[in-house]
Ligand binder design. Sequence first.
Ligand code: HEC
Ligand code: HEC
Ligand code: HEC
Ligand code: HEC
Length: 549
Amino acid sequence: MASNWLTVLSAGTRWFAPAIVIGMTVIAAFGGGTLAKWMRQPTHAIAVPTGVLPAELERWDRPDLTLLITGQQHGYLLPCGCSRPQVGGLERRYNFFQALSSRGWKTLPVDLGDISQMAGPVNLSNMQGLMKYRYSMQALKMLGYAAVGLGEYEGALPFFKALGEYALNEPSPRVVVANLNDADTQYPEQTARWQAANVEGSPWKVGITSVIGPSVGSKIKDPQVRLGSSRQALESVKTEMDNSKIEYRVLLYQGVFTRGAEGVPPVEAEAVARAFPEYQVVVALSEEDEPAGAPVRIRHSDGRETLVVRIGHKGKYVGVLGLYKGAAPGMPAHKYAIAQMSEDYLTPDNALAGNPVVKLMEAYSAELKRDGYLARYPQMVHPFQAAVPDASPTYVGSEKCKKCHASAFAVWKGSGHSHAWQTLADAKRPSNREHDPECIVCHTVGFGYKGGFIDAEKTATLKDVGCESCHGPSSEHLKNTSDETWLKLMNPWKVGMDNSPAAVASKQQKIDQFCQRCHDIDNDVTWTHKGFERKWPKIAHPTPESEKK
Ligand code: HEC
Ligand code: HEC
Ligand code: HEC
Ligand code: HEC
C-alpha cells in the first residue's frame, strides 16, 4: 500500500499563515449555453500545514496546471478517530489543496462521484446518507471543485433527492452527466452535460464531462432514470467542446476499467478511452479501496495518448496529475502521483479557526443533534427476539450482571468497553458525537434494536459497549438463569467438553470474526496485525471455579 510516492517529508515541516485568494473562472455549459461564474475561495487568512507535500511532488517542477482527482468517497467525511493512523477525510484534503496553492500551484479539482454512501456502518439504514451528501458537496465547493459526477451511490439516494439536496440550490461544484436522458426537464438546471473550467494563469481551457456506463446504469434501479448511449453523448460533447475552444478534456467515466483478454473487444472505460483520443484523461471506477498506482497510458495510432486513472475508495487518496506545456499545443506532458491523506494533513491547533471544513463538520454533528437523529432510527427485531417471540427478551444493562458474574464484571469495568459512550461525549473536532447514530451504533448497547439504546437520558443503563452488546438482550436469562435456550443463545461460542486444538482454534476464529463487527477494517485499523491475539486477553473473562454454582 505504501509506495515511495507516499513517503512524506517530515524534515523541514513548517507551519505559517499565508493569505490565499485563488480566483478561478468557471463557465457552466447547459447544453450549449454558457454562463460565467466566479468560484470564490474564502478570502480570510488561513493557517495551513503548507510545509508538507508527498516526496514525489517535492521533486516535481511546478506543473503549468494540476488536476486533483478524487472519487468514490462513499460517505467517508472524516476519520472517526477510533484508532490510528486513519487515512482520508475532507479536512485533510482541504489542507493538502491549500499546501499546493500556497506554493503557487494552479489546481483544478474534479470528482468522479459516488460521494454518498449506500448504508451506514454495521448496516444501519441510510438515514444520514442524503445529509452527508449535502455536507460533502459543501466541502467540495470550499475546496474549489469544478465538476462532480453522479454514480450508482447517488442513484440509490436516488438522483432526484441527491440533486434536490444540493444542486437545486447551488450551481458549484457543477454536477456533470452527459448521457442522462431528459435531465433538462427532470432536473432543470441541476446538472450540466459538461463544464468548462478556466484556471487563471493556466495555459489550457479545460472541459470536464461524465457519462454513466452500462454496468453502473444497470445497477440504478430508479425507473425515472433513463440513460442514453455513452458514445453518442461523448460525440456530441466533443463537438460542443470544440465549438467552445476547449483544449484539454477530462472524462469522468462511471464504469470500471478492465483489460479484456486478447482478441476480446474492450468494454466500458477502456472502450471509450480507445474510441475517443480527444479525451486526454479518463477517470474510471476502482474496484478496490486502494488506488491503482500508475495510470494506464493508452496510445492512439495518431500519437495522442489517453491516461486512465483510478483513485480507490473512501477518499483516502488524491490523484495528482501535473500538466506541462509540451511540444504540441494541445498535448501537454503528464506526471502523475497519488497523495495519501495521512495525518500529515491534520489541521494544526492554531489553524482550526481558519479551516472552513473543520467548521462544516462541527455544523454536521450539531445538525444531527438538533434534528434528533438518534430517535429517527427504527428499532429492528433482534435475532433473540425473533427466536422466541413469546418471550421477547429485552436489554437490562450491565449492572444487573454484576451480582452473579462478579469477575466478568470486574474485567469489563476495567476495559475500554465500559467507557465507550463517554469517549464519544468527550470527543472534539467535531463535538456532539454522542448524538451521531453512526458513532453510537458501536459505542452503546443494542442501538437500532427493540429495547436498545435510544439516548443517554432515556436509556442511561445502555451507554457503553456492555455485556449485552456481545451476549444479546438478557432479560429472560435473569428470570431463569438455568434456562438452556438462553444460555445457548447468549454464548454461541461455547464448544462444550471438546478441548482439542482444532475445536479451540475454530472457537477463537468465531470470536475473532465477532469482534470485527465493531473492530472492523475502518474503525480498528490495527486489528489485522494480530488484533485478536493482542486484544482478547485484555477482555477475556472465564468464570472462575469459585463463581460456578
Ligand atoms: C463499526 C463500529 C464503530 C463505529 C461505527 C464507530 N466506532 Fe469508535 N471505536 C470502535 C472501536 C472498535 C474502537 C476501539 C479501537 C481499538 O481497539 O483500538 C473505537 C474507539 C473509538 C475512540 C477511542 C480512540 C482512543 O484513542 O481511545 C474514539 C474517540 C471513537 N471510537 C470515536 C468514534 C466516532 C466519533 C465515531 C463516529 C464517527 C465512531 N467512533 C464510530 C468502533 C466503532
Ligand atoms: C441471578 C444470577 C445471574 C445473573 C444476575 C446473571 N447471570 Fe448469567 N449466569 C448465571 C448462571 C447461574 C449461569 C450458568 C453458570 C454456569 O453454567 O456455570 C449463567 C451463565 C451465563 C453465561 C454463560 C452461558 C453459557 O452457557 O456458557 C453468560 C454469557 C451469562 N450468564 C451472561 C449474563 C449476563 C450478560 C448477565 C447480565 C445481563 C447475566 N448473565 C446475569 C447467573 C446469572
Ligand atoms: C459493539 C461493538 C464492539 C464489539 C462487538 C467489540 N468491541 Fe472492543 N471496543 C469497542 C469500542 C467502541 C471500543 C473503544 C472503547 C473506548 O475507549 O471508548 C473498544 C475497545 C476495545 C479494547 C480496548 C482498546 C485496546 O486496544 O486496548 C479492547 C481490548 C477490545 N475492544 C477488545 C475487543 C474484543 C477482543 C472483542 C471481541 C470479543 C471486542 N472488543 C468486541 C467496540 C466493540
Ligand atoms: C466484547 C464482547 C463481550 C463483552 C462486552 C462481554 N462478554 Fe462475556 N463473553 C464474550 C465471549 C466471546 C465469550 C466466550 C468466551 C469463550 O468461550 O472462551 C464470553 C463468555 C462469557 C461467559 C462464560 C464464561 C465461561 O467461563 O465460559 C460469561 C458468564 C460472560 N461472558 C459474562 C459476561 C458479562 C457478565 C459481561 C459484562 C460484565 C460480559 N460477559 C461482557 C464476549 C463478551
